[in-house]
Design a protein around this ligand. Structure first.
Ligand code: HEM
Length: 186
């Protein structure tokens, strides 16, 4: 994955726990990269090792690390560096989610070697939809949960994503039941 992803994990850890804890996590992960270059590709293994080491050092589950990371990705990384792209993708949570299947096509213009996930939205209502998540990467189900929660916060529309089908349990791909509460002025 692009270095941008590992930089975001670094930012999440340093913001909440400081530089010294980040160095411990990198050491535990056996990752000796001093500085990740955002637009350079790194092995996915590095990202997985950092997440696993963060879980051990911070003594929280991998699920919790991935959910926090998903929220941080939306509310900090994406907003800070790609605010225009985020805003133009929707003026409400529902609109953003409906546009999600095309979102990484635009990201690919900045990161041409991107191997993006693929999303599909089915059964759309005013307060729910079924989010289909296709990827060749294992283990990122809870990252999607955090991303959806982060998007809910971004639009002041509290949202949950509950996995109703899992690739790890034999399904073709992960499917989430996404539900949100409309805010008063929606
Ligand atoms: C401007 C905002 C965004 C940027 C720049 C961006 C960029 C990226 C990058 C660089 C990767 C790593 C893949 C690779 O390097 O091949 C990635 C992966 C991913 N992105 Fe985005 N992304 C953005 C927003 C989102 C949003 C809003 C979602 C919401 C669901 C999302 C879902 C994912 C997921 C689930 C992955 C994990 C990879 C996989 O499943 O195969 N991204 N994205």
């Amino acid at each position: 994955m692009y270095g941008l992803v590992n930089n975001a994990i670094e930012d999440l850890v340093i913001t909440h726990h400081g530089e010294e804890v980040w160095q411990r996590i990198k050491h535990k992960a056996g990752v000796d990269v001093e500085v990740f270059i955002s637009n350079q590709g790194y092995s996915d293994e590095i990202t997985y090792k950092l997440v696993a080491a963060a879980s051990e050092v911070l003594q929280v589950s991998v699920r919790e690390v991935l959910i926090s990371f998903g929220e941080h990705w939306v509310l900090k990384t994406a907003l800070r560096s790609y605010g225009g792209m985020m805003r133009s993708a929707g003026s409400s949570l529902k609109e953003f989610l409906i546009n999600l299947p095309n979102f990484h096509t635009r990201v690919q213009m900045i990161y041409p070697e991107l191997k993006p996930p693929h999303f599909e939205c089915l059964d759309v209502t005013d307060t729910s939809l079924s989010l289909h998540y296709h990827t060749h990467r294992p283990g990122l189900t809870d990252f999607v949960v955090g991303l959806v929660q982060g998007l809910g916060k971004l639009y002041h529309t509290p949202a949950t994503a509950t996995a109703v089908a899992l690739k790890t349990e034999g399904a073709d791909h992960d499917i989430f039941d996404v539900r949100w509460t409309l805010n008063a002025d929606a």
